[in-house]
Design a protein around this ligand. Structure first.
Ligand SMILES: Nc1ncnc2c1ncn2[C@@H]1O[C@H](COP(=O)(O)OP(=O)(O)OP(=O)(O)O)[C@@H](O)[C@H]1O
Ligand SMILES: [Mg+2]
Length: 251
């Protein structure tokens, strides 16, 4: 479904991605982890055709993002880190925004589509609200409904659970998995929340210094001996209370 081939990406003189090769299978949920500032969002933007690719290429369903960014972009839906809703538009108009740019949608048809999508993300009846009236978790769901409106074959999620409480994060994780079951879409997720990652991922890729240094199943990830991966897994597992000198507790 997605083939990332020798992708190198730079901002000015600095190379942020330094030769990324990755294949994402049809219908797979692949999660990219890595340190902050390691280039995860940059990778998503390259796949989404939102950045001119410096070197290498990304193929989506065989369409080159480098040569035909618009066409490749048409195959995917993007769920942004901070939902990126338009403040002055209602939920309904936000959800239909991308779909309307592709083809005209009759008012009744649009209302029906929004109703269905909001039901799918568990938010019925909020069509007329403005983004300012929504919680962070609701915004993320509306962002997903907007991405789904174009029936994409590929969904890209940037930090879908960051900034959410554990209960809402769990609900978003369920939604990611259910969406894959319902639509069969391939998903590329960027996240640093290991609890969430092991719940949703078929495979995990770990990005370090611009390269993929680990690729495998969640169980292989948590057992990896690679120092970068070990450090992350151990920190995530640690339930030592820092304030009292490291007393271990069980959660
Ligand atoms: N538009 C830009 N212009 C210049 N440098 C940029 C730009 N966007 C990102 N960078 C730099 O590229 C590097 C990677 O950024 P990116 O946002 O891809 O990291 P990330 O892995 O998503 O980080 P985080 O986990 O904090 O979201 C950072 O050092 C950042 O400063
Ligand atoms: Mg990022």
């Amino acid at each position: 479904m997605v083939e990332i081939q020798g992708l190198r990406q730079r901002y000015d003189e600095r190379w942020v991605l330094d030769g990324v090769d990755l294949t994402i299978e049809d219908g797979e949920i692949l999660v990219v982890m890595g340190s902050s500032g390691g280039g995860k969002t940059t990778l998503l933007k390259c796949v989404a055709g939102l950045l001119p690719i410096s070197e290498g290429d990304v193929l989506i369903d065989g369409v080159s993002v480098k040569k035909e960014p618009e066409r490749a972009h048409g195959k995917l839906g993007l769920v942004f880190q901070y939902a990126a809703l338009f403040d002055s538009l209602t939920v309904e108009d936000n959800v239909l925004f991308g779909a309307r740019r592709r083809k005209p949608i009759k008012p009744a048809e649009g209302r029906e589509l929004v109703k269905r999508l909001l039901e799918e993300v568990g938010l019925s009846g909020i069509e007329k609200l403005l983004p300012a009236e929504l919680s962070g978790g609701m915004r993320k769901r509306v962002g997903l409904a907007r991405a789904l409106a174009t029936e994409p074959r590929l969904l890209l999620y940037d930090e879908p659970t960051s900034g959410l409480d554990p209960v809402t994060a769990y609900a978003i994780d369920q939604l990611i998995v259910q969406t894959r079951q319902r639509t069969g879409a391939t998903s590329l997720v960027v996240s640093h929340d290991l609890t969430s990652v092991v719940r949703v991922a078929d495979r995990i890729a770990f990005l370090d210094a611009g390269k993929i240094v680990f690729l495998g199943k969640p169980t292989e990830f948590t057992e990896s001996t690679r120092p970068e991966v070990r450090e992350l897994v151990e920190k995530a597992r640690s339930t030592r209370i820092l304030a009292t000198g490291g007393t271990p507790i069980e959660l």
